[in-house]
Design a protein around this ligand. Structure first.
Ligand SMILES: [Zn+2]
Ligand SMILES: [Zn+2]
Length: 198
């Protein structure tokens, strides 16, 4: 899959949270130089949320007293290590696994650029929002001002024997139509398919 050379093939081959983080990080490094983001990606932690959430991704930041978007922040005394005195506190890029499953590559990368604008604002100002400055910046980097809230999956496939959730699908497909013909990995039992109620 070419993780070593940092190649960005294989979006469709991502199977685990670690792979999603690795792919998204590599993408963000490239986007940072391509779109001229002023971000320090060393000060970004990554996580994947597997809980059902409506937000595709989020940047979690510590709250900073008296910070306001547009007022450049001098980061002093934010870290106990003197070598890092002038660095912004670390923030966390939280990615939703379910969103990744429902977004194609184009929408996912646009989402990452949206989040990078948040990181950029946070590192510059200690605060971030979706105000006019955000809008201008998002347009400049070809990112949506609002990330689409992704829907809950339309179909949930469960193991008929133990009831565990085995898979989610957002649209009809062979697995949905012929769920009983498939076998779960946990019990090698047929799958039940449940359709979300609107
Ligand atoms: Zn946002
Ligand atoms: Zn089972």
């Amino acid at each position: 899959m070419g993780h070593e050379d940092g190649s960005l093939g294989g979006y469709d081959a991502i199977e685990t949270g670690d792979e999603l983080v690795s792919w998204s990080r590599t993408y963000c490094r490239r986007a940072a130089s391509h779109y001229d983001f002023t971000v320090d990606l060393h000060r970004v932690r990554w996580e994947v949320s597997t809980r059902a959430k409506r937000r595709a991704a989020a940047v979690k930041t510590p709250s900073v007293d008296d910070a306001r978007v547009g007022e450049p922040r001098r980061w002093t005394g934010t870290s106990s290590q003197s070598a890092e005195l002038d660095a912004a506190p670390t923030c966390t890029m939280s990615l939703s696994w379910r969103a990744f499953e429902s977004f194609d590559r184009e929408e996912w990368t646009a989402t990452l650029r949206h989040e990078l604008v948040h990181v950029e604002q946070f590192q510059a100002f200690g605060a971030t929002d979706h105000g006019p400055a955000f809008k201008r910046r998002a347009e400049a980097v070809d990112a949506p001002v609002r990330v689409r809230r992704f829907a809950e999956p339309k179909y949930t496939l469960t193991c008929e024997a133990c009831g565990a959730d085995v898979a989610y699908r957002y649209r009809e497909c062979k697995l949905v139509r012929e769920s009983a013909a498939y076998r779960s990995a946990c019990c090698e039992a047929p799958l039940d398919c449940r359709e979300r109620e609107e």
